[in-house]
Design a protein around this ligand. Structure first.
Ligand code: HEM
Length: 260
């Protein structure tokens, strides 16, 4: 099969890694912009979450479009990981003589950070979905809307009252953006789009986009924890599904300190 032959070639895998990396990068940009709606208030961010489910509802049904996006993302993650792992193996087999010391040091720092941040990101994504999408993990008060989806503002606000949850999110965002920085850089290198003229722009793009994503994502846990984001006041129609926190949402709404 032609497609399989293409994937088996080194350039085929590089292109698959680059295209899937680009899809994941676009997801991160969209997700970060969506999260920033928290600064417009509970109504806006909760309406956005509902909109993700009602988008093209007539055609795909409630949540149908979101499921298509989830499948695309999952396939992108799986293809991204497998093509990168296969490429590393292929490169090792093809290069029995190692680089000179200086080059090896630089590449090993980048590779080491990818090897550490990659698995961290995977674990993060699983825990993150269990906390905010399915509500399976509820270390803090968790609410659902009448449509049966997480009340985003309420859930985020309560989660980031706890300093270690906010801190874990900021550390995870740093790892994700470090991974992205190296990934963006090597993506341009590996598909052969690097040349001395372009390299400066590529590095600038990788630096600016990783820092912007880090700041945009991290601002939410930091500013919620720092009390800059106001508590969710009486979100009518929401139902408390379960509470495993130290205090009730009512106390939180009355302004009592709920920090750990
Ligand atoms: C501070 C940073 C972040 C916050 C506050 C945050 C918040 C959220 C919330 C509230 C949801 C549920 C949305 C809904 O149900 O409508 C969600 C879903 C999700 N987030 Fe994040 N997120 C953050 C960073 C990330 C990062 C960096 C990634 C990827 C590496 C990520 C991947 C996902 C995924 C895959 C979903 C599930 C989407 C779905 O299937 O419905 N998030 N996030």
């Amino acid at each position: 099969m032609r497609l399989l032959k293409f994937y088996q070639s080194s350039i085929g895998k590089k292109i698959v890694a680059a295209v899937t990396g680009a899809i994941l990068f676009l997801f991160l940009v969209a997700h970060m912009l969506g999260n920033l709606k928290i600064y417009s208030g509970a109504e806006k961010i909760d309406a956005y979450s509902l909109h993700l489910r009602t988008f093209m509802e007539g055609f795909f049904g409630f949540g149908g479009f979101l499921w298509i996006a989830r499948v695309v993302l999952l396939v992108a993650v799986v293809l991204h990981i497998t093509s990168v792992v296969l490429l590393i193996r292929q490169n090792r087999q093809a290069r029995p003589i190692r680089y000179r010391r200086k080059r090896r040091f630089a590449t090993s720092i980048a590779a080491l950070s990818m090897i550490l941040t990659g698995p961290w990101i995977l674990v993060y994504i699983v825990l993150h979905i269990l906390q905010f999408t399915t509500g399976t993990l509820q270390p803090t008060p968790f609410k659902e809307t009448p449509q049966g989806i997480g009340a985003v503002y309420f859930n985020l606000w309560n989660a980031f009252q706890v300093w270690w949850i906010a801190a874990l999110y900021v550390v995870s965002m740093a790892f994700i953006c470090l991974h992205l920085y190296h990934g963006l850089w090597s993506m341009f290198q590996s598909v052969g789009w690097n040349n001395p003229d372009r390299n400066r722009n590529v590095r600038l793009f990788a630096t600016i986009s990783s820092i912007a994503l880090f700041l945009g994502f991290s601002s939410v846990p930091v500013l919620v924890w720092a009390d800059v984001v106001p508590p969710p006041a009486g979100q009518d129609g929401t139902v408390v599904v379960e509470k495993v926190g130290v205090e009730s949402p009512a106390l939180v709404a009355e302004g009592q300190d709920s920090r750990d």
